[in-house]
Design a protein around this ligand. Structure first.
Ligand code: DC
Length: 469
């Protein structure tokens, strides 16, 4: 095979350092994804913990080590010497590794090949570590790892994620464990995978530690977690708790429509008016719109996520009135400025979302609202829909349910469009879905969305059939 050199005029690798959240403008922060880095040596439990944290929080999981492993695998496949930094760099540029989730697992692909299992062989431990020792290769792979983590909330797992890949991360964790314990775990892993087992796991690990040492330090602002005497779940819970604390801190600094995110989450001043506003407006909904409901008895007492179709700006009132309790809503930011609806919106604990802007702050406010024990109403069609059918739902609500463990109640509203009724609205509450013990993986989120939206559609069809005369 001949060596192809990259043309000198093209440097496809962007190594610019990411910018810290604090340096961004408010508008940029709203859309900025959130990042957790989990670094540490092999066998520390770091990868398992990082993956489970990502799946608990509904985050994307970026296993940076897999990019080194995949490149090592491909280099062996193609007979490229592991000490030829220039050729390896060229290969890394030409063949970017893809990380994604498919049918229940995180999949690693390079050069069109699924290498998820192949890269766990002990021979790849060694190849990856050698590949990773070339600075020219690291530049390329670090840029790729950044790219894989930028557009979605992500957990990055590796050695230098907190120091080099995402020095701008919102939370940095460094996981360690005694060498002896790490060797015991790594040996167990090799048994489990059925891969050929190296003779002296501890010795291999120590050699790899030494070779990886230069890129393996904890960031100054990392939280160090020693897992020597800790179970995996304990480690996961610890990181998730650290994250929730850190996020509250971040949201406390975030100002949106004149209030801090914390003020929107609690909104005690607005909610204090709930009973008064509800009793005052009840006649509008019950007499004016002849609001009727079915299935109220199915709704559990505690916090729920109500998922409904959406056609009228009064839909929140149509859900709240029959249940007689607070349901918070994410609404377009303009509502906070509209003096006619502002007080009513405030009384049900509305909080703003900047639509079309990929507003992430609003989603995290929503999660905190559920965590504080309030119910939340979501219209997953994203905008009001007027045609005689329901639109395709977005998946954010199912993610919230899986992350918080709050049940979803499917709801259909009929008669909320002029074409359907003249002031005759019916709301149907369906059977709740609970997702206990399910992680917020992409598959589970998709499945939950499909199930719940199927129920909404069925309830809506039933209401429509009932009304067709
Ligand atoms: O975590 P792991 O064993 O899958 O990592 C494989 C190799 O890649 C390891 O020897 C160190 C290297 N690596 C790195 O240098 N920087 C990272 N962020 C991740 C892994």
């Amino acid at each position: 095979m001949t060596t192809t050199s990259t043309p000198a005029t093209v440097d496809p690798v962007d190594v610019s350092r990411p910018v810290h959240r604090a340096e961004l403008t408010q508008g940029e922060r709203w859309t900025r994804s959130l990042t957790i880095t989990v670094d540490g040596p092999a066998g520390s439990g770091k990868s398992t913990i990082a993956r489970l944290v990502a799946e608990s929080l509904g985050f994307n999981y970026v296993e940076t080590g897999a990019t080194y492993r995949a490149l090592g695998w491909l280099a062996l496949e193609r007979g490229i010497p592991l000490d030829d930094g220039a050729r390896l760099r060229g290969l890394a540029i030409a063949q970017p590794t893809n990380l994604g989730y498919h049918e229940g697992r995180w999949v690693v692909r390079i050069a069109g090949v699924d290498v998820t299992d192949a890269i766990r062989e002990p021979r790849i431990d060694d190849a990856a570590s050698k590949v990773a020792s070339h600075d020219g290769v690291r530049d390329v792979l670090v840029a790729r790892q950044r790219q894989l983590s930028l557009d979605r909330d992500s957990v990055l797992d590796g050695r230098d994620c907190g120091t080099t890949v995402r020095p701008d991360a919102d939370l940095k964790i460094f996981i360690t464990a005694d060498l002896e314990e790490r060797a015991r775990r790594r040996g167990g892993q090799q048994d489990e995978l059925g891969t050929s087992k190296s003779d002296d796991v501890a010795q291999d690990l120590a050699a790899r530690d030494a070779r990886d040492a230069k890129q393996s330090g904890a960031a100054d602002d990392a939280i160090v977690v020693d897992t020597t005497t800790m179970g995996i779940q304990e480690g996961v819970d610890l990181v998730v708790d650290q994250w929730l604390e850190r996020r509250r801190e971040l949201l406390g600094q975030e100002i949106t429509q004149g209030r801090t995110a914390d003020e929107w989450i609690n909104n005690e001043a607005g909610l204090a008016n709930f009973d008064r506003v509800l009793s005052r407006t009840r006649p509008i909904w019950e007499k004016g719109f002849r609001l009727k409901s079915v299935g109220v008895e199915r709704v559990p007492d505690g916090p729920c996520l109500f998922i409904a179709n959406h056609a009228s700006m009064w839909d929140p009132a149509f859900l709240i009135t029959p249940l007689n309790r607070v349901i918070r809503y994410m609404g377009k930011a303009e509502l906070a400025e509209n003096r006619y609806v502002k007080n009513m919106a405030d009384a049900i604990g509305f909080f703003p979302v900047r639509r079309g802007a990929g507003d992430r702050v609003a989603l995290h406010i929503g999660e905190e609202v559920l965590r504080r024990g309030d119910s939340l109403g979501v219209f997953p069609e994203g905008t009001r829909v007027y045609e005689g059918r329901l639109a395709r739902p977005r998946q954010g609500a199912a993610r919230l349910a899986l992350v918080t463990g709050v049940p979803i109640v499917p709801v259909a509203i009929y008669g909320n469009r002029w074409s359907e009724s003249l002031f005759r609205v019916t709301v149907a509450f369906g059977r709740p879905h609970t997702f206990d013990g399910q992680l917020a993986t992409p598959d589970n989120i998709r499945r939950a969305t499909t199930q719940v939206w199927g129920d909404v559609q069925e309830l809506w069809d039933a209401l429509r059939a009932d009304r067709s005369f």
